[in-house]
Design a protein around this ligand. Structure first.
Ligand code: GUN
Ligand code: ZN
Length: 433
């Protein structure tokens, strides 16, 4: 069965900061045509209605239709420690995060949290995410089970942390074996993938970091995620533990973890050389502005990363991050750049939250641009969802409207989230004609 979805279509087919406005794919009144969860046509309403005369169409007047957002860094295991303040990174992990993550020993807690987490993603317009689970294999199983039911494109990994606190640490070999078992059971199942996930250099032994590098090398379709250079105190502790490494990145390089399938969250304290080496390796960065501001970690040097052509996506980094909304994240990204004298324009920000994230996660064949042949994961946005937004976006240009959404938008503007053409979340008041 074919169905059309009509509205104002907006997506990016490339990075607008490199190719300019030709990256913008916009039809003020357009239709995407979907068959078996795949986009088979896209164009102006005039063209599509003439090409597909009997097409049933769901119409969203005065709404934008965009690709679903892609969250490049989020911890589903930290849903219950969001808004736990008063600490910087290392104290926050010990006092606020580890006690919550220990609860994932209980599979039923993991399952209810996984269901809540995916629903919250959809409510905020996020249709794909690269996710840290807990250190317990059942925490990964629970998210896989929920995401498989919803047919969502989710990448997740079991946290490796053999140097963590007693109630959370895995064993060096046990953690690696559990990772392999999860890959063998789940990788490529439906739309699911695996990310080998050493928490960061401080919580894994050298043997475990080396084992993570071997797993990454052994399975060519998985990716790797970890944290890098988020705070000065963390960098100092890494320097003390690995005195021979010339910088933090070299620790990961040494263990074979810096590849074109590697995603590093944060990267606030990188040297020029480290940006250069990330770029040469084809590795990428998840920029997590709400988290960096909440923990007081610092300001990501977006311009330096851009200058070195490092791949960049946006991460909410829940629970250090303060919102599931990638619109809110785009807004904070704008402010972090503004504090450093750079204007992050709204099309560029939207690129980071969609196709940029898809490229970072190596999913751009499937999602991120709402083009023919891609999977129909899309969201419907109401730019007049609040009285202030309605007033500010009335008669606004596309760039102004998108910028207003970037600065003032959040879950309230998401009217619906579709996974492979099916509405998995709809705002209760939403009544398409
Ligand atoms: N570094 C190591 N673990 C974590 C984590 O859970 N959150 C953040 N923000 N940084 C980390
Ligand atoms: Zn994180």
């Amino acid at each position: 069965m074919r169905r059309g979805f009509r509205g104002e279509l907006l997506s990016l087919n490339d990075d607008p900061s490199f190719v300019g406005s030709k990256a913008i794919n916009h039809q003020e009144d357009g239709i995407i045509v979907i068959e078996k969860g795949i986009i088979i046509a896209r164009g102006s309403t005039e063209k599509i209605t003439s090409d597909f005369p009997d097409l049933p169409v769901t119409h969203f007047p005065n709404h934008l239709i965009m690709p679903g957002f892609i969250d490049s860094h989020i911890h589903y295991s930290q849903v219950d420690c969001i808004a736990s303040g008063g600490e910087t990174l290392l104290g926050w992990l010990e006092k606020k995060v580890f006690p919550i993550e220990a609860q994932f020993q209980d599979k039923s807690y993991a399952l209810t949290t996984a269901e809540f987490f995916l629903n919250e993603c959809l409510r905020n317009g996020t249709t794909t995410a690269l996710v840290f689970a807990g250190s317990q294999p059942q925490s990964v199983e629970a998210l896989y089970e929920s995401a498989f039911k919803a047919d969502m494109r989710i990448i997740v990994g079991k946290v490796l942390m053999d140097l963590g606190p007693e109630n959370l640490a895995d064993t060096t070999e046990g953690g690696l074996l559990d990772s392999k078992t999860l890959i063998q059971h789940w990788q490529g199942h439906g739309r699911l993938n695996y990310a080998v996930t050493p928490r960061f250099a401080l919580t894994s032994s050298s043997e475990q970091l080396a084992g993570a590098g071997q797993i990454l090398n052994e399975y060519p379709d998985i990716i790797m995620q970890t944290h890098l250079a988020e705070t000065k105190a963390e960098c100092a502790a890494v320097k003390e533990r690995f005195p021979k490494a010339r910088d933090y990145l070299e620790v990961y390089e040494h263990f074979g973890l810096v590849t074109d399938r590697s995603v590093f969250a944060h990267c606030l304290y990188l040297t020029d050389s480290a940006f250069e080496r990330l770029s040469n390796a084809g590795a990428g960065i998840a920029f997590c502005p709400t988290s960096n501001l909440f923990l007081g970690s610092g300001l990501f040097n977006f311009m330096e990363a851009q200058r070195h052509s490092v791949k960049i996506g946006l991460g909410s980094d829940i629970g250090a991050g303060t919102s599931f909304s990638l619109l809110a994240t785009m807004g904070e990204a704008y402010k972090v750049c503004r504090l450093q004298g750079y204007n992050l324009d709204p099309f560029h920000a939207l690129y980071l939250a969609t196709l940029g994230g898809a490229r970072l996660l190596r999913l751009d064949r499937y999602i991120g641009a709402l083009t023919v042949g891609q999977e129909a994961d899309f969201i419907v946005i109401d730019p007049a969802a609040t009285p202030l937004l309605a007033r500010r976006t009335a008669d606004a240009s596309l760039a102004e409207k998108l910028f207003a959404l970037q600065i003032m938008g959040d879950d309230r503007v998401i009217a619906a989230s579709y996974i492979k053409g099916k509405p998995l979340w709809e705002k209760p008041a939403m009544r398409p004609s």
